[in-house]
Design a protein around this ligand. Structure first.
Ligand code: XBP
Ligand code: MG
Length: 255
């Protein structure tokens, strides 16, 4: 078999959601809860080393705000705060705050037309995935993805491979017949842990991450009128391509 499915990470890969949506939503939720926490763009870069919003709040308190007196029902406190954050995120999506990254829609449409299956493997909450898809690709678009593996569906979040293993199992496909799209070191560790060839598209938060194990590192997926920049071709003969299409992905899988 050759290429059967594309598996997309969401945050940072499909859209630049971290700075323009997740961070904003966290700060709005803190304010609503009467907390004086306000994460800066820079601090959020450090906090991104831990995936998962609830886990990130706990990490913040452990490392950056140790004076905060945790309430007795701490897990519930974090879960409630995070639930408000999710509502804020959904509202930001409904307001159309975050566009898809270059080439994402083109590639998804191309795969759909060619009968290549689509899946998502992300750490974020399922409701956030729905909000992003519906508000960018339209309300039918959730159905285009056969598997949406998201959030707490697996207990061990990225960098653990579990979310990609789960997606592969649900697709009933072998890793060698699929390709993953990621933007971060944690995401790459997860996809590679599941033995998936992985295309990295970097962003402002991840451009200096370690992508040693990636199969190609690009600025973005590119468009016919806006070519990608190759950050690291990893030996792949990329000269024939200026944007990621199914032909390029098949060639990458075979290489
Ligand atoms: C995404 C994340 C998520 C989001 C927040 O990582 O780390 O935690 O920032 O989502 P990846 P929730 O792109 O590697 O999947 O607040 O809904 O958990
Ligand atoms: Mg990501």
């Amino acid at each position: 078999m050759s290429l059967q499915a594309l598996i997309f990470d969401i945050d940072g890969t499909v859209a630049d959601t971290e700075k323009d949506a997740h961070l904003v939503a966290f700060n709005q939720a803190f304010k609503d809860a009467g907390l004086d926490w306000n994460w800066s763009v820079e601090l959020y870069g450090d906090l991104l080393s831990v995936t998962g919003g609830k886990e990130r709040i706990k990490y913040y308190l452990e490392k950056f705000n140790t004076d905060f007196e945790k309430p007795e029902n701490f897990d519930e406190f974090v879960a409630n705060l995070h639930a408000v954050k999710t509502e804020k995120y959904k509202q930001l999506m409904a307001d159309g705050k975050v566009p898809l990254r270059p080439g994402v829609e083109r590639l998804i449409q191309g795969a759909k037309d060619a009968g290549i299956r689509l899946a998502i493997a992300t750490t974020t909450t399922p409701a956030n995935v729905t909000a992003l898809l519906v508000n960018t690709l339209g309300k039918e678009s959730e159905q285009w993805f056969e598997v949406i593996a998201a959030g707490d569906i697996v207990p061990a979040k990225k960098p653990a491979p579990d979310i990609y293993d789960y997606a592969l199992e649900k697709l009933n496909l072998d890793a060698k017949d699929c390709i993953a799209f990621e933007d971060s070191e944690n995401g790459l560790a997860s996809s590679k842990g599941a033995n998936l060839k992985t295309i990295i598209t970097i962003n402002d938060y991840t451009h200096d991450h370690d992508f040693t194990n990636a199969d190609i590192v690009l600025s973005d997926l590119g468009e016919p009128n806006a070519p990608f920049t190759i950050i690291d071709a990893k030996g792949f003969n990329s000269e024939a391509y200026s944007f990621v299409n199914l032909e390029m992905i098949k060639s990458l899988l075979d290489s």
